[in-house]
Design a protein around this ligand. Structure first.
Ligand SMILES: CC(C)[C@H](C(=O)O)[C@@H](O)C(=O)O
Ligand code: SF4
Length: 774
């Protein structure tokens, strides 16, 4: 049906994308229909507030499902009465209560703390059958990529986009590049998809997938369970990609079949018929292809402060003195200092303080079974202060308890908790103390991620469990299981040697940037969905302050892979406002605690004159703003006074979020930055960014950059100060037409979250909608 964005054979991504095009603009930007919107308490308050202020509704409550996960304590809820009494931390309580109120006001289906269906947002969607193949799935959360395991196009969005989706059920998108990661052969016994994805990120780097949607393919991927596929796609974002996808197959259909929201009867047949068309056609073009040999993958852990710092467990802490590239060398030195590691120490000799088994990467039933198989019959090592096991949802918890896994953990001295994000990012009481080392099954090892000065090592559930039993990192293939049904492990010496040889990954792959100028689009309108390039002006969109020319002091920042956790740490995300984040900007880098317990400024560039008043941030390294989707990052930068950021490349979601807030991100190659712009910034002088003419000059008008790329639509919005929702509202007729066709062609998607039965009845909300008790 509908729309073909590419001539000839198409990829899985092309197909799902095309089937959701509502409208294409003259400038080449697309309006995509969103089938499934997941909502949590951290990134939604400002979006609901925006709707309320504008007098708007949630357009499709059947396509919207909300839960609480980040802020909630994971201690027993046996005595849970209300959020007000259960959550002690005031900011966390406010965020959760705000969502509880918002879902009532807007009539959104909600799994709160008293519901057995509550859980991490990326666990509950698939578990309910809310996530289905071929759908578009979004959430104000970067790990929305998880849902791509079903062959859906799933990606994280910022809070402005959350509001946009709630108001219009659409999102403005440009087409990403296609990247294929082909994993040939079979994974060895004892090797999980977590080892595989860490290995892949070790090879391609955290910027390797920038600007791309990755399709994971090959025999090793096809052999994975749905849980294992979700762990893979979950971390596509750590590889810098917009989304990760795996073609749906019999394993997918089998997983979905009995889920509460799975289509039933004839609708099931119709759905499966469509889902079977969702595969990459023979001969389809990929912009980038990477081949990985499954037999090269061994148990893998991270040593540093970026997920790309991944190595085989059999390796040792890398040695910066062996690295020649000065930027890489100093990055490695800083990471080792932060992590408290000595070069050349074998990983297997490094003791740990805590274990965390949980997070949206590895908290599903299969993960817990793998960890319990290791733990069974053992006791936690005496040096391990705490081993937390946190199921991904109430339903995972119930299933695990049915299987007796909770008892296995508890007998070993591990703590068995209630569902939530827990120690993955420490927005709740589960945090590491400074300098504690954690064997963690989560997805991010950024500085301060699990608590101030925390030290995170990412690995599979079985490896984390083994570390908890032995007391230091351990090779799961050498572990003596006591339950008699351990996986058969073959230590293939050749694969071992190869893995060690490749041990210091070089991240050779250049980050891929969307080539805005040369987007190849063959338009073809089929059937009855109108794809128009014109817009009927019914209402005039309003919005931000227009951006024309900016002359500003430019602060140089000589760093790569600056993640959004570093830009604005987790403790500042507990706000329900968009403003007031200035003091949290780069908090861990800008401040240290003085002897009196008060914050003291460091010599970080933004604390130094003249950069305290900087309006432009000039970054030397790749991938600025990688990681989380928190729009708090651009809000904090804006609050500080930064209006433009220049860097060789950006994290996709951060890049998007910046535009929504009138903050201009400009991509310039590293050589130009270092040779032409850095000297000016270092001298404390100003740069002049001219957006209409797409040039950068020095303060005297000498042009330094003749032309920088920016998508025409984004430029148009910034220069005119236009707000996206207003623009999209003008396209109502196209949205309505799309919905009419969707009701027929994708009838199996209708009803969605509204088909979930409330367990405690209904009541009328003060806003007139029916509020339900879950
Ligand atoms: C809070 C949320 C915005 C964030 C994300 O987008 O990923 C969080 O889930 C994380 O893992 O850092
Ligand atoms: S990455 Fe961690 S904090 Fe983010 S959604 Fe997943 S479990 Fe929650």
């Amino acid at each position: 049906m509908s729309y073909i964005s590419t001539t000839g054979p198409r990829t899985l991504y092309d197909k799902v994308f095309d089937d959701h095009v509502v409208h294409k603009d003259e400038s080449g930007s697309y309006l995509l229909y969103i089938d499934r919107h997941l909502v949590h308490e951290v990134t939604s308050p400002q979006a609901f507030e925006g709707l309320k202020n504008a007098g708007r509704k949630v357009r499709r409550i059947d396509c919207t499902l909300a839960t609480v996960d980040h802020n909630i304590p994971t201690v027993s809820r046996k005595n849970f009465k209300s959020t007000a009494t259960f959550i002690e931390q005031p900011d966390s309580r406010l965020q959760v209560e705000t969502l509880e109120q918002n879902v009532k006001d807007f009539g959104v289906t909600f799994f709160g703390m008293s519901s057995s269906r509550q859980g991490i947002v990326h666990v509950i969607g698939p578990e309910q059958g809310f996530t289905l193949p071929g759908t578009t799935v979004v959430c104000g959360d970067s790990h929305t990529s998880t849902h791509g395991a079903f062959g859906s196009l799933a990606f994280g969005i910022g809070t402005s986009e959350v509001e946009h989706v709630m108001a219009t059920q659409t999102i403005i998108q440009s087409k990403s590049k296609n990247m294929k990661i082909f994993v040939e052969g079979t994974l060895s016994d004892g090797i999980t998809s977590k080892d595989l994805i860490l290995h892949i990120i070790g090879v391609i780097g955290t910027a390797g997938g920038t600007g791309c949607v990755i399709e994971f393919a090959g025999a090793a991927i096809e052999a994975l369970s749905m849980e294992a596929r979700m762990s893979m796609c979950n971390m596509a974002i750590e590889a810098g990609a917009r989304a990760g996808m795996i073609k749906p197959d019999e394993i997918t259909f089998e997983y979905i079949k009995d889920k509460p929201l799975a289509p039933k009867g004839a609708e099931w047949e119709k759905a499966v018929k469509y889902w079977r068309t969702l595969h990459t056609d023979e001969g389809a073009n990929f912009d980038h292809e990477v081949v990985i040999k499954a037999s090269d993958v061994v148990p893998t852990i991270t040593w540093g402060t970026s997920p790309q710092d991944a190595l085989p467990i059999t390796a040792s802490v890398p040695d910066p003195s062996k690295v020649t590239d000065p930027i890489k060398k100093s990055g490695m030195e800083n990471a080792l200092k932060y992590m408290g590691l000595t070069p050349n120490t074998p990983f297997k000799q490094i003791p740990i303080d805590k274990v965390f088994i949980g997070s949206c990467t590895n908290s599903r039933i299969e993960d817990l079974r793998n960890a319990a198989a290791v733990v069974k019959g053992y006791k936690k090592a005496t040096n391990v202060k705490l081993a937390l096991v946190v199921p991904g949802s109430g339903l995972v918890k119930a299933q695990a308890e049915k299987e007796g896994l909770d008892k296995i953990f508890e007998e070993a001295g591990f703590e068995w908790r209630e569902a939530g994000c827990s120690m993955c990012l420490g927005m709740n009481p589960d945090i590491l103390e400074p300098e504690e080392r954690c064997a963690s099954t989560s997805n991010r090892n950024f500085e301060g991620r699990q608590g101030a000065k925390s030290r995170t090592h990412l690995m599979s559930p079985a490896m984390a469990a083994a570390a908890g039993i032995i007391g230091h990192f351990f090779d799961i293939r050498e572990f003596q299981y006591k339950n008699g049904d351990e996986p058969k492990i073959s230590l293939d010496q050749a694969a071992e040697d190869k893995a060690l040889q490749d041990a210091v990954y070089e991240h050779e792959n250049e980050p891929v940037q969307p080539d805005e100028a040369s987007e190849e689009v063959a338009e073809e309108e089929i059937d009855d969905i109108p794809i128009s390039t014109t817009t009927k002006a019914e209402t005039k969109p309003v919005g931000m302050k227009p951006f024309h020319t900016l002359k500003g002091t430019t602060a140089p920042l000589d760093k790569a892979n600056v993640d959004t956790d570093a830009i604005i740490p987790k403790q500042f995300l507990k706000t329900i406002k968009r403003t007031g984040l200035r003091s949290g900007l780069f908090y861990e880098w800008r401040f240290v605690k003085g002897a009196d317990g008060k914050d003291k400024e460091t010599d970080f560039v933004l604390n130094v004159e003249p950069y305290r008043n900087a309006e432009i941030l000039l970054v030397s390294g790749d991938n600025f703003g990688c990681g989380s989707s928190r729009e708090h990052a651009p809000w904090a930068l804006k609050d500080f006074g930064i209006k433009c950021i220049i860097a060789p490349s950006f994290g996709d979601i951060f890049y998007n979020n910046s535009f929504k807030n009138g903050l201009l991100p400009i991509r310039i190659d590293q050589q130009t930055i270092l040779e032409k712009l850095f000297p000016i910034a270092k001298a404390g002088s100003s740069l002049v960014v001219d957006l209409p003419n797409q040039t950068i000059a020095d303060k005297d008008g000498n042009i330094l950059v003749q032309h920088f790329e920016i998508e025409p639509f984004r430029k148009h919005c910034l220069v005119n100060g236009l707000d996206d929702i207003g623009i999209t509202m003008q396209k109502e007729e196209f949205i309505t037409k799309y919905e009419a066709v969707r009701r027929d062609r994708f009838s199996f998607l209708e009803g969605g979250a509204k088909l979930i039965k409330p367990v405690r009845g209904t009541k009328k909300s003060p806003f007139g909608v029916t509020a339900q008790e879950w």
